[in-house]
Design a protein around this ligand. Sequence first.
Ligand code: PLP
Length: 481
Amino acid sequence: MEGKDPVILSSDVSVKETFRKMVADTADAIIRSYDDNTAYSGKDVYELRHDLENLGFLPEKGTGFDETLRTVEKEIMPHLLRTWSTMYMPHLHAPALTETIASELIIGTFNDSMDSWDQGPAATEIEENMVHGLVKLFGFGPEADGTFTSGGTQSNMAGIIAARDWYCGTKFGHDVKKKGLPSFYSRMRLYTSEVSHFSMEKTCHVMGLGYDSVRKLPVDSRCKIDIEKFEAMVKEDIAAGLLPFCAVATIGTTDYGSIDDVSEMRRICDKYGMFLHADASYGSGLVMSPRYRDRMGDMSLCDSVTVDFHKMFLLPISCSVILFKKKNLQECFELHADYLNREEDEEEGYINLVDKSLQTTRRFDALKVFMAFRTRGQEGFAKIIDTAVENAGYFYERLLKDPVFIAPVKPEISSVVFAVKDGDEANKNIRKRLMSEGSVIGQTSKDGRVMLKFTLLNPNLTHEHIDRIIARIKEIREELV
Ligand SMILES: Cc1ncc(COP(=O)(O)O)c(C=O)c1O
């Protein structure tokens, strides 16, 4: 590396030039590693582990940046997952919009932190502006507020913690924040679909309520909560002395993209005095599409909503937000420290975002949303979302027409669960064979049977790509039987 070792950026011209070159060289290495033919090198798990272990840990003397970048390009990058590839479709795991990769460089370079205004003056103001815009976008009024988080799991956790504290406070005058769990905690119940995300169970464990507090609701043939059974279960639980405190509607389940009916769930929650949280980690992207927005339902009926930007919105990990219908629901996260977020700051006009966040030090992820929204506008996002939804519809129709496949659930968003009719082993082997060839698809189960899954988020994916992978799956099937 020529020039001075840029330990950190400084006013030194040579340091600035070296830094510029480091960034340019990194971009060149990324571009050299671009390959759309495969999403993964196909390297076997044990071989990869062995090779990467050989790279070692902490050398006595550093090799310098150029040599380190060469090693990363040669040994690691070829086996990273190429999320941009049209052959990658297993999870709700997005390729990143190019402008937001540039945002990551800005976020990392400035390294502002979102806990207090003096650690991120412009960052705080931009996050606040984005949150205020987002609450309006999802239909909430001026009383609403929210916070960026690390992902859907943490946003769901924030919503459900607020639900517990609200319920114990308003129904029983019990202050959980101060006194901990109430004596009746083991009777509290949360209701969510049997195909909802496991972050509900994880949250209830972390909150001290345990997995048993989560009541999994049966779903109908389209994998949506069966509302009659939901109400029946709540009534039964009340009769048994239990305390229904919260329901979680999933707006886009992980496997099927199915969407629960929030207006019916609101009706039940109002009748029995429950909090309604929407896990729209996946389906929130529909808000950008005038054509498909109505599929989400009315998010303003919910007390809190999880929105994930690192799924349908195609932002780099991590980026999520929890929105609350009433800003006072976030008070459960407020705690003051003299060194950080003094109460007097507020009187002087400063906003310390740690006052409404579970995390303390926190990334300026809102910049990615700001840059992506400004770069593309709502129309640009609508095209991305519409492509994903329409590709799923195309794939599903193709499966229905082909006697080799079953596809039990019509997609509402962009995930399609399907299987070849030849049984569990055939489906497992098809996925493994595709992976070894560099095409990565998902595997899940339905009614005890192994299923395959496509999660179609990539806007570069065309009908031709879909036709090609269907043809390849059929070839592999024939080779296997
Ligand atoms: C419906 C749903 N909710 C929550 C999550 C968790 O989100 P994250 O992985 O960002 O924590 C996921 C992840 O796929 C999901 O599909």
